[in-house]
Design a protein around this ligand. Structure first.
Ligand code: GAL
Ligand code: MG
Length: 982
């Protein structure tokens, strides 16, 4: 490090420019964005850099250096500037374009030995991403400025470095700026150099850009943009290409037309490769066939000046009428919103991280990703091409807190166009990218139209969407959105629009089914409507991640990269927890709203994923008719050859029969009947047939034998069996009317409440329940009446809002006790969480085995993906550790269960009909009082809920509540069950 570098900053021209408060300045000295791959032969500058954190960008650089890892955010690397989470509101009060005076600024410095063999070459520095303003110096001399936190910035350093000598590269990263106001996405605020940094060298004659158009019919066009840093292009240069070993020649016709066109000067430097590939394997998300393309730029003597490698896919995307078509097919978009997130590194994600994200999504039936709300790490697009995803690529523009002002503010015009254009220039060659998005939640103004105009001219091959524009009218032809892409629109509104006769654009929700906590109710109903309504094509679930940051409880700091391995299955190791807003001592924050994904912060799947997998099933049981089981192929492009299957018959009496299944040959959209694989046994009670569908061979995203879906059909209904009373035994009930039983530590009482889910809280239900007093009603015994071996107990549950009369009739029956219950809810209690019984057991009953839906958690409006069968799960694993403790662990449609100790003692319960049951270590009140799991003390015994009715989950934390059919109405509820000792 030279002393010059330590001179006070303000003398520096880049600092003097104060670019952090100049929205018009989007860059200086930055090369145009391009799609040329520069990784081969590049020098990685990743690793530990000298680092210091200044209190403001114009504060003097000191002499005390620590170190920071690149790529990485400093907010999770032991500095005093910690992560902060806000949703809409900006974390500082200044209006755009101002930033606060206290403005953490990271100064990164390292020496680089510039290879001697780079002499005479053009040297380029690429900074993968830095937020929010990047200033670059080399040996104290200014090299460039960049904004746009989620895209790379390249700088030509040729004149600043000497090959064979050492250069000192300094990256100054200013956290808050005018740009922060248009990067106001709902996520953690960080600062740092978040993607890889590399240094590379090219010939002065180089490929400035390569644009590939590969059509479904095999038509290939590769446009090369050639530049020479010395000025005029040398005589005789030409390009060649190679597509999987087949040579591509320069398009002479293109050259001839250019030569004859007097508007085109020699300066143009454009050449085209053209070919028609016979028998091309088109690219789709189901069949992601890729071809290797190498583009070479030659000097006149044939030597290669520059090379760029691409993996390309042949496909078309277009909108015809109100349908979005891929290769002519109207495809369903089973999407998710994906942020670049990691619980240890924040915004920095590796190739392996992203691969794991996408592999998991494939396994759970997703075929689409919206890169909410900025261009993702470049690896995501390579993986989406390879594994098969349709991508809505979104520009890094969200001005949520000041949306209206900024959308028309000319000071931000450059930034809008720049961000959208740079994304398109980077990602245009990816077959996976099928739609461009102008950004998120930034109202709609002239700045959007300017950006849209640029995209439409530059890339007429893809549709454009923007929710803020679509909001002006789903069918409005004049807004900058080719797709009606609302967020959280009730499905009834979508259906009504599709049926209205006025729909003009495909309707694909950019966000729907908010996955905060125990959520995603009515997903199956939503998809039933989508699949049966022409004009509806799907949407993107909000969102993939729960953005919990792994935090040490003792000092409250992020665990950072040292936390590797300190979590499993969604649970943080002792002494750690998943931090959400407010956990780093910040006062301005939005709490647990950051935890709203379909996976936990460690990517452990939440139960909703099993629901989604089933809803997206490629092969389904359409119905059961006398000629057999009708199977349908619900894919768009693939047959069933890639799948294997097995039949499983589950009988209520515990028997399970299996048989190999032969899947019929079916084209997409076809169905056919196959014979019933079993002679249904005459006895055994209720019978369910499941088709266990797995991958027949290794897929890039799943080894052979991975479950793809579990479609199911009921072959026989349960037979009614009334318990037989026994005369000579009575049931013991104490003076309070409470059942006395050796295995119960708390007798069954009435429960009307659940620990509020995030949906219950944010949707207002939880407040109403507390106001009604459902969380702690006073139980008043009214009557205990004994007659002929039966004991009838009447109790009133007195809530401030109204009284619920509860009746329990206990009868000794063969093998145990019959409990018949009734509860009468007054009209005022017209929407309660549940009506049912709750009791607690002795310790040691650690295994739940049941016949009902499972094995994973299910609720009345999220029960399409949990097949009926015999399931067995340790009690400790039944509970789902949603980040903020809440109702969880429920199982839907339970007919009977046992709770047992290792020596097979325990209790058995048989319900009168399939009911919602939960067995956990927690009382509802305990869950409701805790903010984090480390505050919960699991009970040794079990807390058991048997619900006559349980309210659906809905998605009211951001979007529609559950539908009316899943509410628990007032009036009389009746249920009964028998309790037996094993
Ligand atoms: C949307 C927004 C997302 C996120 C979500 C709620 O309005 O686009 O970024 O805030 O709501 O979780
Ligand atoms: Mg927002």
């Amino acid at each position: 490090m030279t002393d010059a570098l330590r001179s006070p900053h303000p003398a520096d021209p880049l600092i003097a420019l104060r670019p952090w408060e100049a929205p018009e300045v989007t860059s200086w000295g930055r090369l145009p964005m391009n799609a040329v791959d520069r990784r081969a032969g590049a020098l990685s500058l990743d690793g530990d850099w000298c680092f210091q954190l200044l209190s403001a960008p114009d504060a003097p650089v000191g002499s005390a250096w620590s170190s920071a890892h690149v790529p990485g955010v400093w907010t999770m690397q032991d500095t005093d500037d910690l992560p902060q989470y806000t949703n809409v509101r900006m974390p500082f009060p200044e209006f755009p374009p101002a930033s606060p005076p206290a403005n953490p600024t990271g100064v990164y410095e390292r020496a680089v030995d510039v290879p001697a063999e780079w002499s005479g070459r053009r040297v380029v520095l690429q900074v993968g991403a830095a937020e929010s303003v990047l200033l670059v110096h080399v040996d104290g001399r200014p090299a460039g400025i960049s904004k746009d936190s989620h895209l790379a910035a390249e700088f030509d350093l040729t004149g600043l470095v000497t090959p064979g000598e050492r250069a000192v590269v300094r990256l100054t990263v200013v956290k808050w700026s005018d740009a922060s106001h248009i990067e106001d996405q709902d996520q953690w605020w960080h600062g740092g150099v978040t993607r890889s940094v590399l240094l590379c060298a090219t010939d002065p004659l180089h490929l400035a850009d390569v644009t590939v158009r590969a059509r479904y019919d095999g038509d290939l066009r590769v446009d090369c943009h050639v530049r020479d840093t010395r000025g005029a292009l040398p005589e005789g240069w030409y390009v060649t290409g190679d597509l999987d070993g087949h040579l591509l020649a320069q398009d002479a016709e293109f050259d001839r037309i250019n030569a004859e066109d007097d508007r085109v000067s020699d300066f143009l430097g454009e050449a085209r490769l053209r070919a028609t590939v016979p028998g091309v394997r088109p690219w789709t998300a189901e069949t992601p066939g890729l071809y290797g393309l190498t583009v070479r730029l030659h000097h006149a003597d044939g030597t290669v000046a520059d090379t760029s490698r691409h993996r390309i896919g042949f496909r078309d995307v277009e909108i015809v009428g109100r349908d979005l078509l891929v290769n002519g097919e109207r495809v369903f978009i089973r999407g998710v919103n994906h942020h670049d997130f990691h619980p240890l590194t924040g915004r920095t994600v590796s190739y392996d991280d992203l691969r794991a994200d996408l592999v998991l999504l494939k396994r759970f039936g997703f075929n689409a990703i919206r890169t909410s709300h900025y261009p993702s790490d470049p690896a995501l697009y390579d993986l989406a091409d390879e594994l098969g995803f349709y991508v809505v690529d979104e520009a890094d523009i969200e001005s949520h807190d000041h949306a209206h002002e900024i959308a028309d503010d000319p000071r931000y015009l450059n930034a809008f166009v720049d961000r959208v254009a740079r994304m398109v220039l980077r990602d245009k060659n990816h077959p996976s990218v099928i739609v461009w998005s102008l950004g998120n939640e930034s109202d709609y103004g002239a700045n959007h139209d300017a950006a849209a105009g640029w995209v439409r001219r530059h890339d007429p091959t893809r549709p454009l969407q923007y929710e803020g524009a679509a909001k002006r009218g789903w069918a409005d032809p004049d807004v900058a959105s080719d797709i009606a892409c609302p967020m959280y629109a009730p499905i009834e509104d979508c259906v009504a629009h599709a049926l209205s006769g006025s729909q003009t654009k495909p309707l694909i929700q950019c966000e729907y089914s908010h996955a905060m906590g125990n959520s995603n109710g009515t997903l199956a109903d939503t998809w039933a409507a989508i699949e049966s309504t022409p004009g509806l094509q799907g949407g993107f679930i909000w969102e993939f991640w729960d953005h919990g940051i792994l935090q040490r409880v003792n000092d409250g700091r992020p665990a950072g990269r040292g936390g590797a391995g300190l979590y499993q299955g969604g649970v943080a190791a002792p002494g750690h927890r998943w931090a959400y807003g407010g956990d780093f001592g910040e006062t301005v924050h939005d709490g647990a709203f950051i935890a709203d994904g379909v996976v936990f912060p460690d990517r452990a799947p939440k139960p909703v994923l099993f629901e989604h997998r089933e809803i997206a099933a490629p092969v389904r049981i359409e119905c059961f008719r006398h000629e057999g089981i009708v199977l349908g192929n619900h894919q768009h492009f693939r047959g069933l050859e890639w799948l294997s299957a097995e039949w499983e018959l589950a009988l209520e009496d515990g028997r399970r029969l299996t048989a190999p299944a032969e899947l019929p040959t079916l084209c997409p959209g076809e169905s056919a009947a196959v014979p019933l694989p079993f002679e249904l046994p005459r006895d055994g009670g209720e019978a369910w047939l499941t088709l266990r569908v797995t991958t027949a061979a290794d897929e890039p995203w799943a080894p052979r034998g991975t479950v793809v879906c579990l479609p199911q059909v009921r072959l026989r209904s349960p037979a009614r069996r009334d318990p037989v009373p026994v005369r000579n035994r009575s049931v013991e009930v104490d003076t309070d009317g409470l059942l006395v039983h050796p295995l119960l530590t708390a007798a069954p009482t009435l429960s009307l409440w659940r620990a509020p889910t995030d949906n219950d809280e944010l949707g207002g239900m939880a407040a109403r329940w507390r106001e009604w007093g459902l969380d702690a009603p006073e139980r008043k015994i009214v009557d205990v009446h004994r007659a002929g071996g039966r004991v009838t107990v009447l109790a009133d549950y007195v809530c401030p809002a109204g009284t619920v009369r509860h009746e329990q009739v206990f009868t000794a029956v063969e093998g145990g006790i019959l409990v018949e219950e009734g509860a009468d809810l007054p009209e005022v209690l017209n929407d309660v969480a549940r009506v049912g019984s709750v009791f607690e057991t002795v310790a040691g009953l650690n295994l739940l085995e049941w016949f009902g839906q499972g094995p994973w958690e299910s609720y009345p409006d999220r029960a399409a993906g949990a097949p009926v069968g015999h399931h067995s799960v340790p009690v400790d694993e039944l509970f789902t550790p949603y980040l903020r403790p809440q109702e969880s662990g429920g199982r839907h449609g339970v007919r009977h269960f046992t709770l047992s100790a290792p020596d097979a003692t325990g209790l058995a319960v048989r319900l009168d009909e399939p009911r919602q049951v939960s067995v956990t270590r927690h009382r509802a009140a305990g869950l409701a009082a805790a903010a984090h799991h480390d505050q919960l003390v699991p009970r040794a015994g079990c807390v058991v809920h048997l619900d006559a009715a349980h309210r659906g989950l809905g998605t009211a934390s951001c979007g529609p509540d559950t539908s009316a059919s899943y509410l628990v109405p007032p009036g009389v509820h009746r249920w009964s069950w028998t309790l037996r000792v094993l």
